[in-house]
Design a protein around this ligand. Structure first.
Ligand SMILES: [Zn+2]
Length: 354
Protein backbone atom coordinates (compact mmCIF):
# COMPACT_ATOMS: atom_id res chain seq x y z
CA UNK A 1 0.00 0.00 0.00
CA UNK A 2 2.73 2.43 0.98
CA UNK A 3 4.65 1.50 -2.15
CA UNK A 4 1.58 2.20 -4.26
CA UNK A 5 1.08 5.56 -2.56
CA UNK A 6 4.72 6.32 -3.14
CA UNK A 7 4.43 5.61 -6.85
CA UNK A 8 1.45 7.94 -7.03
CA UNK A 9 3.38 10.60 -5.15
CA UNK A 10 6.37 10.23 -7.42
CA UNK A 11 4.08 10.48 -10.43
CA UNK A 12 2.51 13.60 -9.00
CA UNK A 13 5.91 15.05 -8.19
CA UNK A 14 4.99 15.24 -4.52
CA UNK A 15 8.09 13.55 -3.17
CA UNK A 16 10.90 15.95 -2.78
CA UNK A 17 14.04 15.94 -0.73
CA UNK A 18 12.35 17.82 2.10
CA UNK A 19 14.42 17.54 5.23
CA UNK A 20 12.80 15.80 8.14
CA UNK A 21 13.21 17.44 11.53
CA UNK A 22 14.51 14.73 13.87
CA UNK A 23 14.35 17.05 16.87
CA UNK A 24 10.58 17.30 17.13
CA UNK A 25 7.84 14.76 17.74
CA UNK A 26 5.86 13.83 14.65
CA UNK A 27 2.23 12.71 14.30
CA UNK A 28 1.55 9.43 12.49
CA UNK A 29 0.89 10.95 9.05
CA UNK A 30 4.24 12.73 9.12
CA UNK A 31 6.01 9.52 10.15
CA UNK A 32 4.36 7.76 7.20
CA UNK A 33 5.52 10.53 4.85
CA UNK A 34 9.01 10.22 6.28
CA UNK A 35 8.98 6.45 5.69
CA UNK A 36 8.09 7.04 2.05
CA UNK A 37 10.88 9.58 1.77
CA UNK A 38 13.45 7.18 3.26
CA UNK A 39 12.33 4.52 0.78
CA UNK A 40 12.48 7.00 -2.09
CA UNK A 41 15.98 8.12 -1.15
CA UNK A 42 17.40 4.63 -0.50
CA UNK A 43 15.68 2.19 -2.87
CA UNK A 44 18.80 0.01 -3.14
CA UNK A 45 18.87 -1.01 0.52
CA UNK A 46 15.45 -0.12 1.96
CA UNK A 47 12.08 -1.75 1.48
CA UNK A 48 8.80 -1.38 3.35
CA UNK A 49 6.55 -4.25 4.35
CA UNK A 50 3.14 -4.26 5.96
CA UNK A 51 3.27 -6.83 8.76
CA UNK A 52 -0.38 -6.54 9.68
CA UNK A 53 -3.21 -4.20 10.54
CA UNK A 54 -4.30 -2.60 13.77
CA UNK A 55 -7.73 -2.90 15.34
CA UNK A 56 -8.74 0.27 13.45
CA UNK A 57 -7.46 -1.29 10.20
CA UNK A 58 -4.42 0.90 9.93
CA UNK A 59 -1.30 -0.58 8.33
CA UNK A 60 1.61 -1.58 10.57
CA UNK A 61 4.67 -1.00 8.41
CA UNK A 62 8.26 -1.94 8.90
CA UNK A 63 11.47 -1.08 7.17
CA UNK A 64 13.77 -3.81 6.01
CA UNK A 65 17.22 -2.24 5.71
CA UNK A 66 20.33 -4.00 4.44
CA UNK A 67 22.32 -4.85 1.39
CA UNK A 68 20.44 -7.17 -0.89
CA UNK A 69 21.81 -10.65 -1.44
CA UNK A 70 20.42 -13.83 -2.94
CA UNK A 71 20.14 -15.54 0.43
CA UNK A 72 18.16 -14.97 3.61
CA UNK A 73 20.32 -12.94 5.94
CA UNK A 74 20.51 -12.89 9.68
CA UNK A 75 18.61 -9.97 11.16
CA UNK A 76 18.08 -7.59 14.05
CA UNK A 77 14.58 -6.53 15.07
CA UNK A 78 13.66 -3.15 16.50
CA UNK A 79 10.20 -1.84 17.29
CA UNK A 80 9.17 1.50 18.69
CA UNK A 81 5.89 2.94 19.88
CA UNK A 82 4.25 -0.17 21.37
CA UNK A 83 3.08 2.14 24.16
CA UNK A 84 1.36 5.16 22.66
CA UNK A 85 2.43 7.89 25.07
CA UNK A 86 6.15 7.09 24.93
CA UNK A 87 6.79 9.55 22.11
CA UNK A 88 10.57 9.50 22.45
CA UNK A 89 10.47 5.87 21.28
CA UNK A 90 9.26 6.47 17.67
CA UNK A 91 11.57 9.51 17.63
CA UNK A 92 14.45 7.15 18.36
CA UNK A 93 13.46 4.71 15.59
CA UNK A 94 13.50 7.65 13.15
CA UNK A 95 16.93 8.74 14.37
CA UNK A 96 18.25 5.17 14.26
CA UNK A 97 17.17 4.66 10.64
CA UNK A 98 18.66 7.98 9.57
CA UNK A 99 21.91 7.19 11.35
CA UNK A 100 22.48 3.66 10.04
CA UNK A 101 21.73 4.80 6.49
CA UNK A 102 24.17 7.68 6.81
CA UNK A 103 26.86 5.43 8.25
CA UNK A 104 26.25 2.86 5.52
CA UNK A 105 26.74 5.54 2.85
CA UNK A 106 29.95 6.62 4.54
CA UNK A 107 31.33 3.10 4.31
CA UNK A 108 33.23 1.62 7.21
CA UNK A 109 31.84 -0.78 9.75
CA UNK A 110 28.12 -0.17 9.14
CA UNK A 111 28.58 -1.02 5.46
CA UNK A 112 30.19 -4.28 6.52
CA UNK A 113 27.40 -4.96 9.03
CA UNK A 114 24.68 -4.35 6.44
CA UNK A 115 26.30 -6.75 4.05
CA UNK A 116 25.82 -9.49 6.63
CA UNK A 117 22.77 -8.36 8.58
CA UNK A 118 19.37 -6.82 7.88
CA UNK A 119 17.62 -4.42 10.24
CA UNK A 120 13.86 -4.76 10.60
CA UNK A 121 12.58 -1.53 12.12
CA UNK A 122 8.94 -0.80 12.97
CA UNK A 123 8.83 2.93 13.80
CA UNK A 124 5.32 2.79 15.32
CA UNK A 125 3.80 -0.53 16.34
CA UNK A 126 0.74 0.70 18.22
CA UNK A 127 -0.48 2.92 15.40
CA UNK A 128 -4.02 3.36 16.77
CA UNK A 129 -2.80 4.28 20.23
CA UNK A 130 -0.15 6.64 18.90
CA UNK A 131 -2.69 8.47 16.73
CA UNK A 132 -5.02 8.71 19.73
CA UNK A 133 -2.26 10.18 21.90
CA UNK A 134 -2.03 13.04 19.39
CA UNK A 135 -5.75 13.94 19.48
CA UNK A 136 -5.56 16.47 22.31
CA UNK A 137 -4.25 17.04 25.83
CA UNK A 138 -6.78 14.66 27.35
CA UNK A 139 -5.50 11.72 25.31
CA UNK A 140 -1.77 12.54 25.38
CA UNK A 141 -0.98 9.92 28.02
CA UNK A 142 -2.83 7.03 26.34
CA UNK A 143 -0.81 3.81 26.64
CA UNK A 144 -2.78 0.87 25.25
CA UNK A 145 -4.22 -0.25 21.93
CA UNK A 146 -7.66 1.07 20.90
CA UNK A 147 -9.71 -2.10 20.74
CA UNK A 148 -12.92 -2.12 22.78
CA UNK A 149 -13.06 -4.11 25.99
CA UNK A 150 -14.91 -7.44 26.29
CA UNK A 151 -18.73 -7.45 26.62
CA UNK A 152 -19.82 -5.64 29.76
CA UNK A 153 -16.74 -3.44 29.99
CA UNK A 154 -16.95 0.08 28.60
CA UNK A 155 -13.20 0.84 28.62
CA UNK A 156 -10.93 0.65 25.61
CA UNK A 157 -7.52 -0.77 24.95
CA UNK A 158 -5.23 -3.66 25.82
CA UNK A 159 -1.67 -3.26 27.01
CA UNK A 160 0.11 -4.72 23.98
CA UNK A 161 3.19 -5.39 26.07
CA UNK A 162 1.18 -7.72 28.30
CA UNK A 163 -0.51 -9.53 25.38
CA UNK A 164 2.34 -11.67 24.01
CA UNK A 165 2.55 -15.38 24.60
CA UNK A 166 5.06 -15.36 27.44
CA UNK A 167 3.69 -16.65 30.74
CA UNK A 168 0.68 -14.56 29.75
CA UNK A 169 -1.68 -13.33 32.42
CA UNK A 170 0.52 -14.06 35.44
CA UNK A 171 2.61 -11.12 36.70
CA UNK A 172 2.13 -7.36 36.50
CA UNK A 173 -1.19 -7.54 34.65
CA UNK A 174 -4.85 -6.89 35.24
CA UNK A 175 -7.93 -8.65 33.93
CA UNK A 176 -9.90 -5.43 34.40
CA UNK A 177 -10.22 -3.91 30.93
CA UNK A 178 -10.05 -0.39 32.40
CA UNK A 179 -6.56 -1.01 33.77
CA UNK A 180 -3.44 0.36 32.08
CA UNK A 181 -2.00 -3.17 32.21
CA UNK A 182 -5.07 -5.04 30.97
CA UNK A 183 -3.61 -8.13 29.28
CA UNK A 184 -6.47 -8.85 26.87
CA UNK A 185 -8.80 -11.83 26.64
CA UNK A 186 -5.99 -14.24 25.78
CA UNK A 187 -2.43 -14.37 24.42
CA UNK A 188 -2.32 -12.48 21.10
CA UNK A 189 -5.93 -11.34 21.33
CA UNK A 190 -4.66 -8.04 19.85
CA UNK A 191 -3.88 -7.87 16.14
CA UNK A 192 -0.75 -5.77 16.74
CA UNK A 193 0.87 -8.39 19.02
CA UNK A 194 -0.28 -11.15 16.66
CA UNK A 195 1.29 -9.36 13.67
CA UNK A 196 4.73 -9.18 15.32
CA UNK A 197 4.52 -12.79 16.47
CA UNK A 198 3.48 -14.08 13.05
CA UNK A 199 6.14 -12.08 11.23
CA UNK A 200 9.04 -12.97 13.48
CA UNK A 201 8.13 -16.63 14.01
CA UNK A 202 7.98 -17.42 10.32
CA UNK A 203 11.75 -16.96 10.19
CA UNK A 204 12.77 -16.87 13.80
CA UNK A 205 16.04 -18.70 13.21
CA UNK A 206 17.25 -15.64 11.27
CA UNK A 207 16.61 -13.12 14.04
CA UNK A 208 19.63 -12.86 16.31
CA UNK A 209 18.50 -9.93 18.40
CA UNK A 210 15.17 -8.36 19.41
CA UNK A 211 15.10 -4.75 20.61
CA UNK A 212 11.95 -3.03 21.81
CA UNK A 213 12.13 0.66 22.67
CA UNK A 214 10.14 2.28 25.49
CA UNK A 215 10.29 5.15 27.93
CA UNK A 216 10.93 6.13 30.63
CA UNK A 217 13.33 5.22 33.44
CA UNK A 218 16.74 4.82 31.76
CA UNK A 219 16.87 1.05 31.94
CA UNK A 220 18.08 -1.83 29.81
CA UNK A 221 15.87 -4.80 30.65
CA UNK A 222 16.79 -8.41 29.93
CA UNK A 223 14.39 -11.42 30.07
CA UNK A 224 12.46 -12.52 32.01
CA UNK A 225 9.70 -10.46 33.61
CA UNK A 226 8.52 -13.58 35.41
CA UNK A 227 10.68 -13.88 38.56
CA UNK A 228 10.37 -17.67 38.50
CA UNK A 229 12.46 -18.05 35.36
CA UNK A 230 16.01 -17.15 34.41
CA UNK A 231 17.15 -17.03 30.80
CA UNK A 232 19.80 -19.65 29.96
CA UNK A 233 22.12 -16.93 28.67
CA UNK A 234 21.25 -14.37 31.35
CA UNK A 235 24.97 -13.75 31.98
CA UNK A 236 25.62 -13.05 28.31
CA UNK A 237 22.69 -10.61 28.04
CA UNK A 238 23.76 -8.84 31.23
CA UNK A 239 27.29 -8.46 29.92
CA UNK A 240 26.08 -7.04 26.61
CA UNK A 241 23.58 -4.77 28.37
CA UNK A 242 26.19 -3.46 30.82
CA UNK A 243 28.53 -2.78 27.91
CA UNK A 244 25.76 -0.82 26.18
CA UNK A 245 25.05 1.20 29.35
CA UNK A 246 28.74 2.02 29.67
CA UNK A 247 28.78 3.34 26.10
CA UNK A 248 25.59 5.35 26.73
CA UNK A 249 27.02 7.01 29.81
CA UNK A 250 30.02 8.25 27.84
CA UNK A 251 27.81 10.26 25.46
CA UNK A 252 26.05 12.67 27.85
CA UNK A 253 26.85 11.25 31.30
CA UNK A 254 23.43 9.63 31.77
CA UNK A 255 23.20 6.39 33.74
CA UNK A 256 21.16 3.43 32.49
CA UNK A 257 20.53 0.55 34.85
CA UNK A 258 20.70 -3.03 33.53
CA UNK A 259 18.80 -6.07 34.79
CA UNK A 260 15.65 -8.13 34.62
CA UNK A 261 12.36 -6.37 35.10
CA UNK A 262 11.69 -8.01 38.52
CA UNK A 263 15.18 -7.05 39.68
CA UNK A 264 15.14 -3.37 38.73
CA UNK A 265 11.54 -2.40 37.84
CA UNK A 266 8.64 -4.76 38.51
CA UNK A 267 7.67 -8.32 37.54
CA UNK A 268 5.56 -8.59 34.40
CA UNK A 269 4.32 -11.11 31.87
CA UNK A 270 3.25 -11.16 28.24
CA UNK A 271 5.98 -8.77 27.10
CA UNK A 272 7.40 -8.95 23.59
CA UNK A 273 10.91 -9.04 25.07
CA UNK A 274 10.17 -12.23 27.00
CA UNK A 275 8.29 -13.81 24.12
CA UNK A 276 11.21 -13.13 21.75
CA UNK A 277 13.67 -14.88 24.07
CA UNK A 278 11.28 -17.78 24.71
CA UNK A 279 10.77 -18.31 20.99
CA UNK A 280 14.51 -18.77 20.57
CA UNK A 281 15.97 -15.37 19.67
CA UNK A 282 19.27 -15.41 21.56
CA UNK A 283 19.38 -11.75 22.60
CA UNK A 284 16.39 -9.69 23.68
CA UNK A 285 16.32 -6.28 25.36
CA UNK A 286 13.81 -3.63 26.34
CA UNK A 287 15.38 -0.19 26.40
CA UNK A 288 13.62 2.38 28.57
CA UNK A 289 14.83 5.77 27.35
CA UNK A 290 14.96 9.08 29.27
CA UNK A 291 14.16 10.40 31.69
CA UNK A 292 13.96 9.36 35.35
CA UNK A 293 10.59 10.92 35.99
CA UNK A 294 11.10 14.67 35.87
CA UNK A 295 9.08 14.93 32.66
CA UNK A 296 8.29 11.24 32.27
CA UNK A 297 6.38 10.43 29.10
CA UNK A 298 6.31 14.12 28.14
CA UNK A 299 10.04 14.44 27.54
CA UNK A 300 10.74 17.94 26.17
CA UNK A 301 11.74 18.12 22.53
CA UNK A 302 15.14 19.60 23.36
CA UNK A 303 16.02 16.23 24.89
CA UNK A 304 15.21 14.22 21.76
CA UNK A 305 18.64 14.62 20.22
CA UNK A 306 20.77 13.85 23.30
CA UNK A 307 18.50 10.91 24.19
CA UNK A 308 18.79 9.50 20.66
CA UNK A 309 22.55 10.04 20.58
CA UNK A 310 23.13 8.09 23.77
CA UNK A 311 20.62 5.37 22.89
CA UNK A 312 22.22 4.98 19.48
CA UNK A 313 25.57 4.44 21.12
CA UNK A 314 24.10 1.69 23.31
CA UNK A 315 22.27 0.00 20.44
CA UNK A 316 25.40 0.19 18.31
CA UNK A 317 27.26 -1.71 21.03
CA UNK A 318 24.62 -4.45 20.90
CA UNK A 319 24.67 -4.50 17.08
CA UNK A 320 28.47 -4.76 17.06
CA UNK A 321 28.29 -7.64 19.52
CA UNK A 322 25.81 -9.47 17.30
CA UNK A 323 27.97 -8.82 14.27
CA UNK A 324 31.22 -9.97 15.86
CA UNK A 325 30.02 -12.82 18.02
CA UNK A 326 27.05 -14.22 16.14
CA UNK A 327 27.67 -13.50 12.49
CA UNK A 328 31.38 -13.22 11.83
CA UNK A 329 32.00 -16.58 13.48
CA UNK A 330 34.03 -15.27 16.41
CA UNK A 331 31.84 -17.00 18.94
CA UNK A 332 29.28 -19.70 19.32
CA UNK A 333 25.53 -19.30 19.34
CA UNK A 334 23.95 -19.57 22.72
CA UNK A 335 21.34 -22.27 22.70
CA UNK A 336 18.18 -21.99 24.72
CA UNK A 337 17.39 -25.26 26.37
CA UNK A 338 16.91 -25.09 30.10
CA UNK A 339 15.47 -22.56 32.46
CA UNK A 340 16.59 -22.37 36.00
CA UNK A 341 13.41 -22.48 37.99
CA UNK A 342 13.72 -20.35 41.04
CA UNK A 343 11.49 -19.76 44.00
CA UNK A 344 8.64 -17.38 43.39
CA UNK A 345 9.13 -13.95 44.82
CA UNK A 346 6.50 -11.47 45.72
CA UNK A 347 4.98 -9.01 43.26
CA UNK A 348 5.94 -5.42 43.85
CA UNK A 349 3.37 -2.79 43.10
CA UNK A 350 3.88 0.49 41.35
CA UNK A 351 1.63 3.20 40.05
CA UNK A 352 3.61 4.03 36.91
CA UNK A 353 3.67 1.49 34.11
CA UNK A 354 6.39 1.87 31.52
ZN1 LIG B 1 6.44 1.23 27.58
Amino acid sequence: MLAAILLLQIAAGLVESASHDYNIYHPMNEIEDWMNQILFDNPDIVSIERIGRTYEKKDINLFKIGERSGVMKKAIWMDCGIHAREWISPAFCQYFVKQILQEYRNGGEMAEIMRKLDFYVTPVLNVDGYRYSWVDNTTRLWRKSRSPGPPGCTCYGTDLNRNFNATWGTFGISTNCCSEVYCGTGPLSESEAAAVTRYVEQRKEDFLCFLTIHSYGQLILVPYGNPNFTAPNYDEMMEVGLGAAEKMKKVHGMSYEVGTSPDILYPNSGSSRDWARLTGIPLSFTIELRDNGTYGFELPQDQIQPTCEEAYSGVKHIVNYVHHKKVSGAGTMATASLWAVLLASCITTTTITL
